[in-house]
Ligand binder design. Sequence first.
Ligand code: GUN
Length: 279
Amino acid sequence: MARLIDGKQISTQIKEELKEKVSVLKQQGKEITLAVIQVGADPASSVYVRNKKNACEYIGIRSLAYELEETVTEEELVRLVEELNDREDVHGILVQLPLPKHINEDLIIKTISPKKDVDGFHPMNVGALTIGQPSFVSCTPAGVIQLLKRSDISIEGKECVVIGRSNIVGKPMATLLLQENGTVTICHSRTKNLKEVTKRADILVVAIGKPKFVTKEFVKEGAVVIDVGIHRDENNKLCGDVDYEDVVDHVSAITPVPGGVGPMTISMLMNNCVESINL
Ligand code: GUN
């Protein structure tokens, strides 16, 4: 029977540690502030933004909410980000993605000061991560590393396979696993013989964006499986990129959906916010 990697419990533990750090900073007269910008009213984005604000409140981080109309211009958004860059009382800036089509996301990400880029999306932070220098790290892959470490699953020397090559998850995930001395392979839509490659993995991270795509034919017996996906299945139940029921008795450890990687993303965002006060 597989061990369940409990993301909810581990993320709670991290939030408690951060709460303690924030209270020490407060005693030193330091208050952390995160500015959260949402453009338009996409329901999924509204849920994510609300969860981020609630986590801030829980930990003791001040959050400033900017809710902009869908019709805001690119220049207006750039101006707001620049204003926040210049404010000494603002330590972190988060622009919730996706943005409306008339706004260039790359431009907005580049406008955020790398020192306030708590999402870790700025090219300077991505570059710093790649060459092993201190940087803000994208929250979901950083959360996966914490899940593994805090579950005493060692990465060094392991065959690590990542399915998915997005800038937010797949690529930084591979970089972080490499930094932990894993032997890393990235698979994507053009990979030939996907199952053969994924079956080599001691640690398989799945961020493919397709519900229940990974079945036990993709997984070596006894592997560790980390499921980054989140979807609703045909019965409107939450599910991941991995067919959990199919693989659970075949692996040594697995993250459930919900309650696996999901809760870790916000905890790692809070961790980045706490670090932002020192920059
Ligand atoms: N949209 C979906 N995930 C994210 C995230 O991690 N950060 C931001 N800014 N937007 C998102």
